[in-house]
Design a protein around this ligand. Structure first.
Ligand SMILES: *Cc1c(COP(=O)(O)O)cnc(C)c1O
Length: 217
């Protein structure tokens, strides 16, 4: 199927429960434009430099989501335009996003990444740490970032029961904090596990390879 057909298929399959983030990392601008012309306006990237190059070259009504691990010293390159940062993994990063957003006179929405997978390579904090940040004086003094939900990545495994457990755990953490902190987004689910994520209450799905094809790194 073409990129345009895939956009249509996944949008129909996950809506109205969830928003589709089309993960375009490593893919050329032509592919993004094809998806854009099929109606997709939310794209996810995992490298700030690459996202910024694409932002500059492509239509300005695209919403760019940074879904990858963010290095503090690179926040300044995306601060003027990024629409959602999915993977805030520590307070120090949030501070930097706040500082750079203030310079741009805007508020940047962020998600806290919780660690739900067993792999050490997957970043994230504990639920208790998320709660600590949300209720901290440091965060309440930040006027230019808003934490609007949680994000997580399940273990890469064939074991669906394990994936379901991890998503269920994340949903529980989300429910605990959602009302008090006016959460909007629970970002969980990728090409291989989005069905399980939907089943467990995700409302933001990040799909890359099933839309654009396998990535060649
Ligand atoms: C690459 C990536 C995705 C998309 O992965 P696919 O398996 O290609 O759908 C989703 N989330 C994050 C954080 C990613 O880095």
């Amino acid at each position: 199927m073409s990129i345009a057909e895939n956009i249509k298929k996944y949008t129909e399959e996950i809506s109205p429960q969830a928003t589709l983030v089309a993960v375009s990392k490593t893919k050329p601008n032509e592919d993004i434009l094809e998806a854009y012309e099929a109606g997709q306006h939310v794209f996810g990237e995992n490298k700030i430099q690459e996202m910024t190059d694409k932002y500059e070259a492509l239509p300005k009504d695209i919403e760019w989501h940074m879904i990858g691990h963010v290095q503090t010293n690179k926040v300044k390159y995306m601060a003027s335009y990024v629409s959602l940062v999915h993977a805030v993994h520590k307070l120090k990063l949030l501070k930097e996003i706040n500082k750079r957003a203030k310079q741009e006179d805007r508020v940047i929405e962020c998600l806290l990444q919780l660690k739900i997978a067993e792999e050490d390579s997957k970043y994230g904090m504990e639920g208790t740490e998320a709660e600590k940040i949300l209720t901290s004086e440091a965060y309440s003094a930040m006027e230019n970032v808003k934490i609007v939900g949680l994000m997580g990545m399940a273990t890469f495994t064939e074991n669906e029961a394990q994936i379901e457990q991890e998503f269920e755990f994340l949903k529980k953490q989300y429910d605990k904090l959602a009302e008090k902190h006016q959460f909007k987004y629970l970002s969980m689910g990728m090409s291989g596990d989005y069905k399980l994520a939907l089943k467990h209450g995700s409302n933001m799905i990040r799909i890359g390879s099933s839309i654009f094809g396998e990535r060649n790194y």
